[in-house]
Design a binder for this molecule. Structure first.
Ligand code: TMP
Length: 208
């Protein structure tokens, strides 16, 4: 089985840039590696993503939201993640179930344990081998988004208090899974963050 690596963090934490850098470096070093993202990563999951993030869907119930993320995750796991791991590739995924625990479980108030249960059903117990959580203050992350050209989605429209709860949720979840989740200080310069990430991920890859 390949190594399953996930990245987590609030909006604007720099996840995507750091993932691209890690992916490019692993490719250059000759590793078999794929990068993918949630919600999305295949046709059905991208369709579900559009429903969840559509700014017109403001009436969406929180449990509906949690179930849609879990449904999208299930399809992504079956179509993309599991086959790649079975083929021995490293899978780098931008967000996975810890996003649901922090956003839906804690910030929406559905309960981390409850959301964990529906996600274990969706993934048949498959969990990442290692999760890098990039910790940045939500104000910092959101200001980076406002200054970028990324399209605003339904969750971006939430209040600053919501995003503060998301971070609080991530820190709680990191405390629940200390062996799997590694917290990286996202306020450091990008090169320093990347060095931390490389150390964490490469320590998990079996020597060839
Ligand atoms: P993205 O901006 O990283 O593509 O993620 C889309 C949004 O979906 C982001 O606000 C985080 C949110 N999200 C959840 O609330 N729960 C989840 O399980 C996932 C994967 C994402």
């Amino acid at each position: 089985m390949g190594l399953f690596v996930t990245f987590e963090g609030v909006e604007g934490s720099g996840k995507t840039t750091l993932i691209n850098r890690l992916y490019d470096e692993m490719l250059r070093l000759g590793y078999s590696v794929i990068k993918t993202r949630e919600p999305g990563g295949n046709k059905i999951s991208e369709q579900i993503r559009n429903i969840i993030l559509d700014v017109d869907n403001c009436e969406m119930d929180y449990r509906t939201e949690a179930l849609l993320y879990a449904a999208s995750r299930r399809q992504h796991l079956v179509e993309v993640i599991r086959p790649a791991l079975e083929a021995g590739a490293t899978v780098i995924c931008d967000r996975f179930l810890d996003s649901s625990l922090a956003y839906q479980g804690h910030a929406r108030g559905l309960g981390i344990e409850k959301v964990y249960d529906i996600n274990l059903y969706a993934t048949e117990g498959i969990l990442p081998d290692v999760t890098v959580y990039i910790d940045v203050a939500p104000e910092e992350g959101l200001s980076r988004i406002t200054n970028s050209h990324r399209k605003v989605d339904r969750l971006d429209l939430e209040t600053a208090a919501f995003h503060t709860k998301v971070r609080e949720g991530y820190l709680l979840v990191a405390g629940m899974f200390p062996d799997r989740i590694r917290v990286v200080d996202g306020s450091q310069p990008l090169d320093r963050i990347y060095a931390d990430i490389k150390e964490i991920v490469f320590a998990k890859i079996p020597r060839r």
